[in-house]
Design a protein around this ligand. Structure first.
Ligand SMILES: *Cc1c(COP(=O)(O)O)cnc(C)c1O
Length: 344
């Protein structure tokens, strides 16, 4: 049986959250706002909506998730940090994660003084669900899963993730920052099935809005209520909320970008695979891919000299001699290819 209260830190369960002026005034129409010590002049003089209700209503329709199951934060990074602050007692609790994966899970664990237990993927980057479960003990509060995974690019087997969700009695975070780039069923549509599931999405990748810092978490209304209790009162600023609404007004543009990126990906992968300095290109379900090279460090520095920056992942577990390459514009991809073709 899954009991959320047992997983939450006692100080967070007992917490009385800060109540801001706009929280206390709810409902009725008003035209005079002299409750929050704002300056009555200017254009960005008012505090933003602390719960981003207009934006959540729009996202609810797009993502097919009810508003009370949506959290918005200052990038996915805020949601990642909140998972630790809500569930993990420093120096007592631990978390388990696939390895290699997105570096922020480990950094946020270190900042929160929580033990981080990396569990290697198989050599083909598939998930080892039983090894993940075996790494847990009575102090494990969270399992981190990223699919499609960064930096490997592959989506993990859904049945294996489901097995972890079914078996583990703590929180399972499925980070789907890149799920917009494939046609698999996203986990956010299955929140009813798993009260222990938290799904992460972001405005930073396909939605082309990394600069505004806006991340989404989807989970049970009870988990979202805990996030709302702990977050900074005005965690998503007014400019970000307004720009996000503009992005959502033009979803057609986003599907055109998606098609363009997938088209470029279909050209770039085989072209890199064909190079004599490339020994393997790994299959990808995201807008980037991992390429194993003859000498990743030398090739990385050569590319830097030619003004092309890729991500050198060669020091990461299972990724020796690997470069992580983002699918750019046609022009950017051609610049990469022509530089690589001239490498001696
Ligand atoms: C890029 C990325 C994110 C997005 O983080 P933001 O803070 O929302 O920009 C989240 N998870 C993974 C795995 C990523 O690669």
């Amino acid at each position: 049986m899954f009991t959320l209260e047992k997983l939450v830190r006692k100080n967070i369960l007992a917490l009385t959250p800060y109540s801001c002026a706009r929280d206390e005034f709810k409902g009725r129409k008003a035209s005079v706002f002299i409750d929050a010590n704002e300056n009555p002049f200017g254009t960005l003089n008012r505090y933003p909506d602390p719960l981003q209700e207009e934006l959540k209503a729009r996202l609810s329709a797009i993502k097919s998730v009810p508003t009370e199951r949506i959290f918005l934060g200052n990038g996915s990074d805020e949601a990642i940090d909140l998972v630790y602050r809500v569930f993990c007692e420093p120096r007592i609790d631990n978390v388990v994660a696939i390895a290699p994966t997105y570096g922020m899970y480990a950094v946020a664990a270190d900042i929160n003084d929580v033990e981080y237990r990396p569990v290697p993927l198989h050599d083909d980057f598939s998930i080892d669900a039983d090894a993940l479960l075996s790494a847990t003990d009575e102090h494990t509060k969270v399992i981190w899963i990223c699919s499609p995974n960064n930096p490997t690019g592959n989506a993990l087997e859904r049945r294996d993730i489901e097995h972890v969700l079914d078996t583990f009695q703590g929180i399972v975070v499925v980070d789907e920052a890149y799920s917009d780039f494939n046609d698999m069923r996203p986990f956010r549509l299955d929140l009813d099935r798993w009260p222990n599931l938290i799904v992460l999405n972001t405005f930073s990748k396909l939605w082309a809005s990394a600069a505004i810092r806006l991340g989404m978490a989807f989970a049970s209304a009870d988990i979202i209520a805990l996030f709302n209790k702990v977050k900074y009162p005005y965690n998503v600023n007014q400019l970000t909320q307004e720009q996000a609404l503009r992005v959502l007004d033009d979803m057609q543009h986003i599907s055109l970008w998606r098609a363009a990126i997938l088209r470029e990906r279909a050209h770039l992968l085989p072209a890199v695979a064909e190079l004599p300095i490339c020994t393997n290109v790994y299959p990808t379900d995201a807008n980037f891919f991992l390429a194993r090279m003859t000498d990743a460090n030398a090739i990385y520095h050569y590319l830097v000299e030619h003004g092309v920056i890729v991500r050198n992942r060669s020091r990461i577990q299972l990724c020796d001699n690997c470069l992580r390459i983002t699918i750019g514009s046609q022009q950017e991809n051609n610049a990469l290819l022509s530089a690589l073709r001239q490498y001696r």
